[in-house]
Ligand binder design. Structure first.
Ligand SMILES: Cc1cc2nc3c(=O)[nH]c(=O)nc-3n(C[C@H](O)[C@H](O)[C@H](O)COP(=O)(O)O)c2cc1C
Length: 400
């Protein structure tokens, strides 16, 4: 397989060596992709055999060949409405299509501008942004795992003021909405970052990363404490009129009460999921491998967990849900939509294939055409039960 151009945007990735923290400029490297990209646009009826997969996508058989749509097919594709509103109750956050890029995996969007047509994305969730600059965690910060990766970047970022100054004017000229992912260690931190972003041209919305330690509660993560999740969402809601997305952590016994609290506190949408807490061991087995001991697991390995969370949350909230976790193909997008997500974010897969998110938008459009749909709305929630079922917290998978 051909090596792809990959933009590394999250600081030092060197394994087992001291890093030079002064080198913050994104680097472009050639890496060998672990994720095999699919062909560009699959036009319905293009003549290849098709088969139903375990999921809801129609998979092609045989060697992939890129197929260009005819003018008539392109006209039919252009008529399909992929738009989605992530803040219907709060002035609207309209995306031209439901394929977004996940925070921490696409920098500030600018780094990818020459590699990918970023304006064709549904939205960009930029790198986690805090009130003050952060140098991030000690190295090593990432390691590969079967079907994914562990990272402990530690929210390396230049701070909200520098982000506004450097990227705001660029984002202002962009068609693609930019959602700023924010993080903090106290409610006051989150509120202040949100306040500074409020009204900044080019900032289309805020995504709260609540998987951060709450210093006021002995370091307990906001995301695993229903009252803290409710309180931080409500406080940020009061501080800004920007569309507000809140990102769930999978590292809880029962995610549903937390999702409900976030909805009640005024979030416009829920994004799910952040990484799963994990650990790797050093080669000589004398210590944990990552400089920060723990890391966040992402990539295809976490997709079933993410699907389960979206499926459960979709049964208890009525605000839009954005599914995230291990998306690498159209089948993954369709699976998340079937479980109730109106949009998806692509994260780890971007490191191997930066063009994937844009291509998935094209593939989703072609899939709608193949199914005779004028929009992707009918794909949402098709796998949900008619009545809310037992949650996984009740040990449903072991019930006789
Ligand atoms: C290197 C890296 C950095 C990340 N940084 C952030 C971040 O700053 N804020 C956040 O909310 N999520 C962050 N995430 C989590 C992703 O946005 C996403 O929720 C997660 O990786 C699952 O999606 P995936 O399996 O498609 O990667 C990061 C993930 C990775 C791999």
């Amino acid at each position: 397989m051909k090596a792809k151009r990959t933009v590394i945007t999250f600081g030092d990735m060197r394994v087992g060596k001291d890093s030079d923290r002064s080198k913050r400029t994104p680097t472009v490297r050639k890496v060998k992709s672990a994720i095999v990209p699919v062909d560009r646009i699959k036009v319905p009826g293009a003549g290849r055999p098709r088969v139903e997969t375990g999921g809801s996508a129609v998979a092609d058989l045989g060697a992939p060949t890129a197929v260009r749509p005819t003018l008539a097919e392109q006209a039919a594709l252009d008529k399909i409405d992929l738009s989605v509103d992530l803040a219907p109750e709060h002035g609207g956050l309209m995306l031209a299509n439901p394929i977004m890029v996940a925070s921490g995996t696409f920098g500030y969007g600018v780094e990818y501008d020459e590699v990918v047509d970023v304006q064709r994305l549904g939205a960009i969730c930029c790198k986690g942004t805090t009130l003050r600059p952060r140098a991030g965690n000690p190295p090593p910060r990432v390691t590969e795992t079967p079907g994914g990766m562990l990272n402990s970047i530690g929210l390396q970022n230049p701070g909200v003021d520098a982000v506004i100054e450097k990227y705001g004017p660029l984002w202002q000229g962009w068609k693609v909405p930019v959602i700023v992912n924010i993080a903090g260690e106290s409610i006051e931190d989150y509120v202040e970052v949100a306040r500074r972003l409020d009204g900044v041209p080019g900032v289309a919305g805020i995504e709260l990363n609540i998987s951060c330690p709450n210093v006021g509660k002995g370091g307990l993560q906001f995301a695993i404490d229903r009252d803290a999740a409710r309180a931080v969402t409500a406080a940020v809601r009061r501080a800004t009129d920007l569309p507000l997305l809140v990102k769930l952590s999978p590292n809880v016994a029962d995610v549903r009460p937390i999702a409900k609290a976030i909805e009640e506190a005024g979030a416009d949408a829920i994004t799910a999921i952040n990484t799963l807490s994990g650990l790797a061991v050093s080669a000589d087995r004398t210590r944990a491998f990552l400089g920060n001991t723990y890391g966040g697991l992402s990539g295809p390995a976490i997709k079933p967990v993410a699907l389960r969370v979206v499926y459960e949350v979709a049964q208890v909230v009525s605000i839009p849900i954005v599914g995230i976790g291990g998306v690498t193909s159209l089948a993954d997008v369709l699976d998340f939509m079937a479980c109730g997500a109106v949009a998806v974010q692509v994260g780890t897969a971007i490191f191997a294939d930066p063009e994937l998110p844009v291509r998935l938008g094209d593939e989703l459009r072609a899939e709608c055409l193949a199914r005779g749909l004028s929009s992707c709305a009918p794909l949402v929630g098709t796998a949900l039960p008619k009545r809310a079922g037992a949650p996984s917290a009740k040990g449903a998978e072991y019930r006789p």
